[in-house]
Write a protein that binds this ligand. Structure first.
Ligand code: ADP
Ligand code: ASP
Ligand code: MG
Length: 413
């Protein structure tokens, strides 16, 4: 008998029939004698719909109220799943984040979990009940409802598993594991049996939404055994999904590249003809940071005739805000010939811990894109990844070409 936290994502609970399917799966594991805490997302599309309602009323809605609204999506699915389990004769009880007491900070729409009270869950588990918890939400110290950022139910699942010291956290989704890239873009993508935390962190941060990055951080920090599996497989199936592992536990030869991630939500801003002198990066990016806009890649060109060009990328939904901040800086004395922006770019990245010990990855990437006539606008690297910014219209082609060039469709030798 094990204590297992299972998280079911939006597609897996997208209709009442699918909720009944999840209930049957949960019943199956319950009958095997496991203690179960089930974390669910809102029905697919529901969080978008709810946030869309707020946007119909205001361009700049309050974060506190957005969280009040968005958290209702998960509240519906926990109740429905509990009822579906009751129909199968299984004792189950649902909890919102606040009822468990998933305590978070008060950063509305992107709150961080600070503490989880396991008391209620333990009590119910000890009586043989299935505990159902709303993903994506918590409460701050004042009792305000908070949410954990898009995709945040993954983090709820892992955080509950850490708090309960669960034997395993299983993330059930609409694909049967973590693939070499999004299988919806590249049909030849291959499921990985294992991927290291470091690689998964990079892939999540670079756009692979199969796991929210904070869930991976949490699992790494608290050593939660984390597995990604399909909710559509038969519960009796022995499909292993993908296990997220620690590098030091790996004795096998690693593939050099494990996966390709991409992110469409990018925008690029170039500040042209700024004085090439100390303090210019701060003059441009200081006000951007002060406005809480995250900057990703930064490139400063070599100066000519004492002027230079400065480019950086931001999340696409902060593009207009960033442009407005720059125009304001210009009004207040930032010297620049021109400010130009492009919100039709994307970022494609190859990730693999094998890069530490192999050279030539970046040049292979550059050549593969060049052969297709795809222009690289920006480049950034870390120890285990190379990312490039390209025109959004080449995204799918680039991902497919790189997947083939790095032979990710083939089992590693
Ligand atoms: P859920 O609603 O279950 O949380 P998500 O839509 O958030 O599911 O995440 C699952 C999706 O992530 C898949 O349907 C797939 O399209 C996408 N995805 C992106 N990159 C990968 C990858 N490397 N491996 C598997 N799935 C990926
Ligand atoms: N329902 C939330 C979202 O759509 C959380 C999640 O699905 O993980 O972002
Ligand atoms: Mg998700």
């Amino acid at each position: 008998m094990a204590l297992i936290v299972q998280k079911y994502g939006g597609t897996s609970v997208g209709t009442t029939d699918r909720i009944k399917n999840v209930a049957r799966r949960v019943a199956h594991f319950h009958q095997q004698g496991h203690q179960l805490v089930i974390v669910v997302s809102a029905m697919s599309g529901e969080t978008n719909r709810l946030l869309g309602l707020a946007k119909q009323i205001s361009d700049n809605p309050s974060g506190r109220e957005l969280d009040v609204i968005a958290a209702t999506g998960e509240q519906v699915t926990i109740g429905l799943l509990a009822i579906a389990l009751h129909e199968l004769g299984i004792d189950a009880r649902s909890y919102t984040g606040g009822q468990v007491r998933v305590l978070t900070d008060n950063a509305y729409t992107k709150a961080r979990i600070l503490e989880i009270d396991e008391k209620n869950m333990r009590r119910d588990l000890d009586t043989g009940m299935v505990v159902i918890v709303a993903g994506f939400q918590g409460v701050d110290a004042e009792g305000n409802i908070t949410t954990l950022g898009r995709g945040g139910s993954d983090t709820s699942g892992v955080a509950l598993a850490a708090a309960l010291n669960a034997d395993e956290c299983q993330i059930y989704t609409d694909v049967d594991g973590v693939y070499t890239t999004d299988p919806r873009i590249v049909p030849e993508a291959r499921r990985l049996d294992k991927v290291t935390f470091e690689e998964m962190l990079e892939m999540a941060s670079l756009g692979s939404k199969v796991l929210q990055i904070r869930s991976v951080e949490f699992a790494g920090k608290y050593k939660v055994k984390l597995r990604v599996l399909s909710s559509f497989d038969d519960p009796d199936s022995t499909a292993p999904g993908t296990l997220i592992t620690f590098e030091e536990d790996e004795h096998m030869e690693q593939a050099i590249i494990s996966g390709i991630a991409f992110n469409r939500d990018e925008a690029k801003i170039s500040v042209m003809g700024v004085p090439d002198k100390p303090g210019i990066a701060y003059a441009i990016l200081g006000p951007i940071a002060a406005s809480n806009i995250d900057v990703d890649m930064i490139v400063q060109n070599i100066g000519a005739s004492s002027h230079t060009d400065f480019s950086f990328t931001v999340n696409r939904n902060e593009y207009q805000k960033a442009l407005a901040v720059l125009e304001q800086s210009r009004g207040q004395g930032l010297e620049a010939r021109e400010i130009i922006g492009d919100n039709r770019i994307c970022k494609v990245s190859v990730v693999g811990i094998g890069m530490r010990s192999h050279v030539g990855i970046a040049s292979k990437l550059f050549k593969s894109l060049a052969d297709e006539g795809i222009n690289i606008q920006m480049i950034s690297t870390s120890e285990i990844k190379v990312s490039v910014v390209i025109d959004e219209k080449y995204l799918e082609l680039a991902v497919r070409v790189l997947h083939k060039a790095f032979e990710l469709d083939k089992e590693p030798a």
